[in-house]
Design a protein around this ligand. Structure first.
Ligand SMILES: CC(C)(COP(=O)(O)OP(=O)(O)OC[C@H]1O[C@@H](n2cnc3c(N)ncnc32)[C@H](O)[C@@H]1OP(=O)(O)O)[C@@H](O)C(=O)NCCC(=O)NCCS
Length: 168
């Protein structure tokens, strides 16, 4: 498994992984994402110079995307006071959890954000996703807040847990 910056050819794999999360409360989108939507997202991230990484398994001679991580602006980019703060996303393919893929993806992301001069990385995690809260804590994030019932999916209210790590 290697971690490297994502390219356009990785986007179908990213969509596949992300759309598994859409069937859970790990993400709060309710519709599967299309490839054109992910391509537009990638173009925006690339133009902004933000980090997008994939973990790939190349043992078969062909690369399979087994996880991805990215960061982007925290809150509205017009509010420039937030420009040193970013929010992360990280997803590992079903069946690949617990093998260090998420950590490797986050290490690359944190290094990229630090080198880009960012000061804080925020993780916004579904309150039921205790595994992801613990995962981020293992990566040096601290829980700084819990917002009760700010989300709704599957006909129930969802809490948001906010974690952050100061980078520099
Ligand atoms: C959360 C997720 C990214 C973790 O990735 P992963 O590859 O399974 O995690 P790693 O194997 O790299 O684990 C890194 C550390 O986190 C801990 N950890 C990971 N998942 C955990 C879990 N479910 N419960 C408790 N600890 C966990 C590991 O024990 C490990 O600790 P250590 O390195 O200090 O020993 C992955 O499980 C995933 O994609 N889940 C579904 C989507 C999701 O929830 N994404 C996050 C949205 S906010």
């Amino acid at each position: 498994m290697i971690v490297r910056p994502a390219t356009v050819s990785d986007l179908p794999g990213i969509v596949e992984i992300y759309n598994v999360s859409v069937t859970t409360t790990a993400t709060w989108s309710e519709e599967p994402q299309s490839l054109p939507e992910r391509e537009a997202w990638f173009a925006t991230r690339t133009e902004a110079g933000d980090g997008v990484f994939v973990a790939v398994d190349d043992r078969s001679g062909e690369e399979e995307v087994v996880g991805f991580s990215a960061y982007g602006e925290f809150r509205n980019p017009h509010w420039t006071g937030y420009r040193f703060t970013v929010e992360n996303t990280v997803h590992v393919r079903d069946g690949w959890e617990g093998r260090g893929v998420g950590r490797a993806l986050m290490d690359a992301l944190i290094d990229h954000a630090t080198a880009a001069g960012k000061h804080v990385m925020v993780a916004a995690v579904d309150g039921e996703n205790e595994g992801s809260v613990t995962f981020h804590e293992r990566l040096g994030f601290t829980v700084v807040g819990r917002m009760p019932e700010v989300g709704r999916k599957f006909d129930r209210w969802l809490d948001l847990v906010l974690l952050q790590r100061i980078l520099s």
